[in-house]
Ligand binder design. Structure first.
Ligand SMILES: Nc1nc2c(ncn2[C@@H]2O[C@H](COP(=O)(O)OP(=O)(O)OP(=O)(O)O)[C@@H](O)[C@H]2O)c(=O)[nH]1
Ligand SMILES: [Mg+2]
Length: 541
């Protein structure tokens, strides 16, 4: 096996021209989809094809492929789902790829949303048997809203599924994006032999490997050879592509970048079919980083002095060290390890002594990074999700939206002697955005309230409190389902009604909690002078 570490350009004498060139070869994208469509499996297959890992997890994982590189948390491995997003950086051809594998479950959609603020493109997976699912639709909407170009991958073609043309109709009708397939399957779903490359009419024929653990050999045949090799399947693919030519046009780079079309590829992540084609498409078609708009909407060009923002904070990646990693996306300039930058929110200097390149849970020191790169800053306790860092001319990037919580539970320590660990754990989970934490004088500091978008966040928080912070907790659900922003003047007026409570979130925001929408409506209609504002229009929640 050949292992290629991403080339680390020599940082000596970097000129602005280098920054532009380095940014131009970055591809930073997220893999997104409804739960279980195969994001982590595809992530691993992409790493396998870029030859940064030698074998996919199939041979190691006993129950399915639980050992994917991006699912490293013990809860993820135990359940076979992704709970938190993971970053991988590797080089492929002349490009440096920053890939973010996101969790599909709606309960973790805030994490996915934060990742989508840090990428330039998205790979959307569709399960061939299921077509467009609920979370897929929400994600398409977020990408449209944020102007993120989407490459669509119809995955699991090795399994019986829908008709390919039908799937294209579904995409066109339900997402409003025109699908422009670059490849077309040869063999119906469940009988995946290869793809017809629409760009040159050739046949890429795939061969299975044991357990899909290694790269699937690929043979490129001419149309004539394909017709001899697979008379029926090839003829059907040709026929379908002719029909397709009438409805969806060829790929158009401008329409793709402006979010009107989505290139489509067919794949089987688990057998590594179609993965090489996807990597090439990402390098050839996905956009390179461009200047990121600041708070006022003015882009900071990629060759401006260094700037970055924190889109994720994660601790507990390394049980032995218990460190805390802030993931930043570089937006402009050159990052050099050790440089002292300014922490936007406080204006204080921030030293970047411990900077790392991330590969799932593996990390190694890096010296230089460029726009588009994801850098892990270790033990950066001052950094919170959404913070801007910069050198030279000041910049503030727009804050990241927090979702409106819909589930609430009082947290109590099961072991009173461990109040220190209890406090530390809660502070940590809060700063990572695993949960929002609410407090009130009435409930006191020993019983804060966790507020979440989805109940699985409670499980993750409780698990981590016990495992990472040795502070086992009991969660007692509260009957509220709705939170609105309010102010001091309105508190008495709100809490006069039953089914309400007002608590302060750790960012200072006062939140009014209601058992039902109906209760909230009653309060608002009865006392229209009270301040009650929706928290965010959360497209994903
Ligand atoms: N047959 C088949 N199974 C696949 C394919 N890709 C993934 N799977 C299986 O589908 C299941 C889910 O795969 P994951 O990669 O964990 O899916 P995911 O999208 O990352 O799931 P979440 O992160 O939890 O949303 C696993 O059992 C995979 O082995 C594929 O191409 N074909
Ligand atoms: Mg996953």
């Amino acid at each position: 096996m050949t292992t290629t570490a991403p080339p680390r350009p020599d940082d000596a004498g970097t000129s602005p021209g280098d920054v532009v060139a380095e940014a131009a070869r970055r591809r930073t994208f997220a893999v997104i989809s409804h739960p279980d469509a195969g994001k982590s499996t595809l992530t691993e297959a992409l790493a396998l094809h870029a030859r940064v890992i030698g074998q996919a997890g199939a041979v190691h994982g006993k129950a399915g492929r639980r050992g994917t590189v991006s699912d490293w948390m013990d809860m993820e491995r135990a359940r076979g789902i992704s709970i938190t997003s993971a970053a991988l950086q590797f080089s492929y051809r002349d490009a440096v790829v920053n890939l973010l594998d996101t969790p599909g479950h709606a309960d973790f959609s805030e994490d996915t949303y934060r990742v989508l603020t840090a990428v330039d493109a998205a790979v959307m997976l569709i399960d061939a048997a299921k077509g467009l699912e609920e979370q897929t639709m929400k994600l398409f909407a977020v990408c449209r809203h944020r102007g993120i170009p989407v490459v669509t991958v119809v995955n699991k073609w090795d399994r019986p599924g829908k008709d390919a043309l039908e799937l294209m109709d579904e995409v066109a009708e339900r997402t409003g994006l025109t699908p422009t397939p670059l490849t077309w399957p040869v063999g119906i779903a469940g009988d995946f032999r290869g793809v017809l490359d629409r760009r040159d009419g050739s046949y890429r024929r795939y061969t299975r490997t044991a357990g899909g653990a290694t790269i699937a050999p690929e043979e490129v045949l001419s149309a004539e050879a394909a017709a001899t090799r697979e008379p029926e399947a090839w003829a059907q693919a040709r026929e379908e592509v002719e029909l397709l030519d009438e409805t969806s046009g060829a790929h158009d780079q401008e329409l793709f970048l402006s979010g009107e079309t989505t290139p489509v590829l067919f794949a089987s992540a688990v057998s590594n079919f179609g993965v090489a084609a996807l990597l090439d498409v990402l390098v050839d078609l996905a956009p390179a980083p461009a200047g990121r708009p600041d708070e006022g909407g003015v882009p900071r060009p990629v060759d401006a002095p260094f700037s970055a923002f924190v889109f994720k904070v994660q601790s507990g990646m390394d049980a032995a060290h218990r460190d805390r990693l802030a993931y930043v996306r570089v937006c402009s300039g050159v990052f050099e390890r050790g440089m002292v930058v300014t922490h936007g929110p406080t204006g204080r200097p921030f030293a970047t002594k411990y900077a790392q390149q991330v590969f799932g849970r593996e990390r190694e020191s890096i010296d230089t990074a460029y726009p588009g790169d994801v850098v892990g800053l270790v033990n950066a306790s001052a950094l919170r999700v959404g913070d801007t860092l910069y050198a030279g001319r000041a910049v503030t990037f727009p804050p990241l939206t927090t979702f409106a919580p819909e589930h609430f539970a009082v947290v109590r320590s099961l072991e009173t002697a461990k109040h220190k660990q209890f406090r530390r754990g809660i502070e940590q989970l809060e700063s990572e955005g695993v949960v929002q934490v609410l407090r009130s004088d009435r409930r006191g500091d020993a019983s804060p309230v966790f507020a979440v978008v989805g109940p699985m966040q409670f499980e993750v928080a409780a698990h981590r409190m016990a495992q990472e912070f040795s502070a086992p907790v009991h969660l007692e659900p509260l009957p509220y389902t709705l939170a609105m922003r309010t102010d001091e003047e309105s508190v008495a007026g709100i809490t006069a009604s039953s089914g309400t409570e007002v608590m302060r979130r750790s960012d200072g925001e006062l939140l009014a909690l209601f058992t039902t929408k109906w209760v909230m409506g009653m309060v608002r209609n009865g006392k229209p002078h009270l301040t009650l504002e929706p928290l965010v229009a959360a497209q994903l929640a």
